[in-house]
Design a protein around this ligand. Structure first.
Ligand SMILES: O=C(CO)COP(=O)(O)O
Length: 383
């Protein structure tokens, strides 16, 4: 990483040197600087020419830049020799290019295979890198407890007690996935810092679908989250990628937030199919939705669910990172950067801290341990 940064710095310094030596020095006349970035992106040229008057980092695109301002200082005030505005422009562009190259190189040096276009965009636009294994503070840690088909009123009372006592890290979003018949009860009795999710809902608002519940019904009782596509729904109840995706799309359309579960079976992992499977499951969803802002992805390797066989932090991180890369290339870098990816599968109070310290693990979906007081420790994994 140090080497690539040095290389980027040298290259950028070289670029600045070349720029500042070229036309102005030879011809002694005013000429707008044409750095490498200009050819690739004309609007960047205009912006870059305006930037010398501003201090500090790159600005949001199009902000507070009067139209036509680019040419004014260069054409009216420059002089053939000395520290002309052109030279300052060149130096400023050089500095910024250097920062951007350094940042992009750093992103690549972590091993992520960024597509060239994303790398170029990072350099040219100065946009925050979106595909590196990130330490992005914008992704709030999110821990879900999936109670599955467990609990009665007495046990739920005990769970609510330990949730109330906590204390629960205020920087972590907490959601409990509750059997349908207890949703309203839990909603009415859970502490305010604990949200409630259904474990399933159908892709229609109402009708002849015996045994199903609709997103509208959930909203009606104040439930704002739903877990969809859990491997138990896929395996035991035969839910296909397509049905899961339809249900996710319909839930989102109706104002629910969704924990969308994906994950490979043991056979698939052993056959080297992990990425193929989770990319396929993700694509099915991506084909049906555009806005990912209300989606949390839960990566739950099926072989780790309820088995006590947790994926190692490295195994989980590897898959999360690959998935984020897939999302960056096939959905968008912005979604890759912002979507939270939980890990699920035998998460406990004992292994949560190490798992939670991985850069692409943004929380957990917890089964068995969410019924026990250790769930509080899992919620607090980042403390
Ligand atoms: O399926 C899970 C959460 O949805 C994980 O279950 P366990 O934590 O019991 O392995």
């Amino acid at each position: 990483m140090a080497e690539s940064e040095e290389k980027a710095e040298e290259e950028a310094a070289e670029a600045v040197k070349e720029e500042s030596e070229e036309p102005a020095a030879e011809e002694g006349e005013v000429e707008v600087v044409e750095p490498a970035v200009d050819e690739a992106k004309p609007e960047e040229q205009a912006q870059a020419q305006e930037e010398p008057v501003a201090e500090g980092e790159g600005q949001p695109e199009g902000e507070s830049q009067p139209e036509g301002g680019a040419e004014t200082p260069a054409t009216e005030e420059s002089s053939p020799e000395g520290d002309s505005p052109e030279k300052e422009i060149k130096e400023t562009i050089g500095d910024r290019l250097e920062e951007r190259i350094t940042s992009a190189e750093a992103a690549q040096s972590d091993g992520s295979k960024k597509p060239c276009t994303a790398l170029c965009a990072t350099i040219l636009d100065g946009k925050p890198d979106t595909t590196k294994s990130s330490t992005n503070m914008a992704r709030k840690f999110v821990v879900g407890g999936n109670w599955k088909m467990n609990g009665n009123k007495e046990q739920i009372g005990q769970i609510l007690n330990f949730l109330k006592e906590g204390p629960l890290n205020a920087d972590t979003e907490v959601i409990v996935g509750v059997p349908a018949v207890y949703l309203e009860h839990v909603k009415n009795n859970a502490p305010a810092n604990v949200q409630v999710a259904a474990q399933n809902c159908y892709k229609a608002d109402k009708g002849a679908f015996t045994g199903e519940i609709s997103p509208l019904m959930l909203k009606d009782i104040g439930v704002n989250w739903v877990i969809l596509g859990h491997s138990e729904r896929r395996q035991i109840f035969g839910e296909t990628d397509e049905l899961v995706a339809d249900k996710i799309a319909f839930a989102l359309q109706n104002g629910l937030k969704v924990i969308a579960c994906i994950g490979e079976t043991l056979e698939e992992r052993e056959a080297g199919q992990t990425e193929t499977v989770i990319f396929r499951q993700t694509k099915a969803i991506a084909d049906k939705i555009k806005d990912w802002s209300n989606v949390v992805i839960a990566y739950e390797p099926v072989w780790a669910i309820g088995t006590g066989k947790t994926a190692t932090p490295e195994q989980a991180q590897e898959v999360h990172k690959a998935l984020r890369g897939y999302i960056s290339s096939n959905i968008s870098p912005d979604v890759a950067n912002s979507v939270r990816i939980q890990y699920g599968g035998s998460v406990t109070g004992a292994n949560c801290k190490e798992l939670g310290s991985q850069p692409d693990i943004d929380g957990f979906l917890v089964g068995g341990a969410s019924l026990k007081p250790e769930f509080v420790n899992i919620v607090n994994a980042k403390q």
